[in-house]
Design a protein around this ligand. Structure first.
Ligand SMILES: [Zn+2]
Length: 319
């Protein structure tokens, strides 16, 4: 079953790639050598129309609509076998985190080409997308070149689909997920040694050409994005080897934890159901326990990113 799911996802990625072509990553590639701290200054030169962009005085969390996923048979989402024959519609959310020191985009949703197509069905998945991330940023007088950082919870197709829109952002990624995306025969499975900024580029012919050209920074567990403890990317491995979740300490709302795909549904959180296609069930269960300990300790609001009940009725801007 695992092979079937992965083959389905791969087929979907390839189909999308065939539709969208090599897209516009050349711009991002040309900035590969730019120091991370110069990103803002570079943006001002490259995109003068964004000169009117106003930063924020305090941290904000904004949900973006990154598509809809109807699953005709949920069986693959539980190793317990109790989801067989059930169906459900997942929402697909991406998140804009606005900080006085810069902007972070968390997850990249379904492929933007879907905005020009009817819903697409591959295997048990039927996907659709109304607006790209760029279109939603434009509604806020922002452009992709305004975004300093991008990070994905993991590299599945519904979290990485709009990477071709990235324009100069630095991709924050841990070593385990990077190695999962760009496997090399001699790469150790050990945890990353230290924070280090490296240039984009990996083996050619990978499944992730859009990520290869990004400037990226290898991050450790509990990466403090803006250095003030307000936005923390932390590892929750198991769904993929380097799967991560996000903690946002909002000044008014309080701590908010975005699950990535640690959970897909409210019920899967309650019952601790592990998808059949996860890379490690044991790691997933350990990640769930650590995540719940952290949420309880912080008194955090937990948002399951694919769960409409968690994402439909949020304020337009969470502060
Ligand atoms: Zn997902």
């Amino acid at each position: 079953m695992k092979q079937i799911v992965l083959a389905t996802a791969s087929a979907f990625i390839l189909a999308m790639a065939a539709c969208s072509g090599p897209a516009g990553n050349e711009g991002a590639n040309s900035e590969t050598d730019a120091p991370e701290t110069d990103t803002g200054a570079t943006d001002a030169v490259v995109a003068p129309e964004t000169a009117s962009e106003e930063g924020v005085d305090a941290l904000q969390l904004i949900k973006l609509d990154c598509g809809s996923i109807y699953v005709s048979d949920l069986d693959i989402f539980s190793t317990a076998g109790d989801y067989a024959g059930q169906s459900d519609t997942f929402t697909d959310t991406c998140w804009l985190i606005r900080h006085p020191e810069g902007d972070l985009l968390w997850d990249l949703g379904l492929p933007g080409i879907l905005t020009t197509q009817d819903e697409q069905t591959t295997g048990v998945f039927t996907v659709s997308l109304e607006k790209t991330i760029a279109e939603q940023l434009a509604e806020r007088d922002l452009s992709m070149s305004d975004i300093e950082y991008v990070s994905i919870s993991h590299s599945h197709f519904d979290h990485s689909g709009q990477v071709d829109l990235i324009d100069g952002s630095t991709w924050l990624v841990n070593q385990l997920e990077y190695d999962h995306m760009f496997p090399e025969p001699d790469v150790s499975e050990e945890a990353p040694a230290e924070d280090a900024e490296t240039e984009g580029g990996a083996d050619a012919g990978s499944q992730f050409p859009g990520f290869e050209v990004l400037q990226h920074e290898i991050i450790l567990d509990n990466h403090d994005v803006f250095g003030d403890g307000s936005v923390i990317i932390f590892m929750t491995p198991g769904h993929t080897p380097g799967h991560a979740a996000l903690l946002v300490n909002l000044p008014e709302t309080g701590p908010v934890m975005l699950t990535g795909d640690l959970y897909h549904r409210t019920e899967s959180r309650e019952l601790k159901r592990v998808p059949q296609f996860n890379t490690s069930e044991a790691d997933t269960l350990a990640s769930m326990e650590a995540f719940e300990d952290r949420a309880a300790e912080l008194g955090a609001k937990v948002i399951i990113q694919h769960e409409p009940d968690d994402t439909d009725d949020l304020p337009e801007v969470m502060r």
